[in-house]
Design a protein. Structure first.
Length: 161
């Protein structure tokens, strides 16, 4: 794809700001020994019965691990531009789950957010990054796509294409 300098700048800006968002969240989770998703998920309102399944004694450690290291991996992937489409997809899913988790229909998180909040905006930015192949703009995806290993295994190409 050919991009103007303005498009490239916007793509890199959005990729790096979304990377920072996920890495900052991870810094409060991965490096804090007593972090757990239970506190967050116990305060859900609209879909409380669904989210409470993830707070059981057997599921909470798994859910906590996935959230902590999911944030970290998504952030690192976006930061370096490697497997950007994959990480942006999982980041978008995570943002939609958080949107549902914050919902007190029709308000999201508080009465200032009617139906839409920043989680949906972030999800939209992540879709934009997927569509624009953001890892090819000052990222590693463009280089990895040209490797002989990827050419020899074309089923892996969608991960970096």
């Amino acid at each position: 794809m050919t991009y103007s300098s303005t498009e490239k700048a916007l793509i890199v800006y959005f990729r790096l700001t979304m990377a920072w968002t996920f890495l900052y969240a991870a810094s409060h989770q991965v490096f804090v020994p007593d972090f757990s998703v239970i506190g967050f998920l116990n305060h859900t309102k609209t879909f409380h019965d669904f989210f409470s399944m993830f707070t059981t004694p057997t599921m909470a450690p798994v859910t906590t691990f996935l959230v902590e290291y999911g944030h970290l991996l998504i952030g690192l992937s976006l930061l370096v531009g490697l497997m950007t489409r994959v990480s942006a997809f999982f980041g978008m899913l995570l943002m939609i789950v958080y949107w549902f988790a914050h919902m007190d229909w029709p308000f999201i998180e508080n009465t200032n957010n009617f139906i839409v909040d920043y989680h949906l905006v972030y999800a939209g930015v992540l879709v934009f990054l997927m569509v624009k192949h953001a890892g090819h703009v000052f990222g590693i995806d463009g280089w990895v796509e040209k490797l002989a290993f990827i050419k020899a295994h074309p089923t892996l190409k969608p991960l970096v294409a």
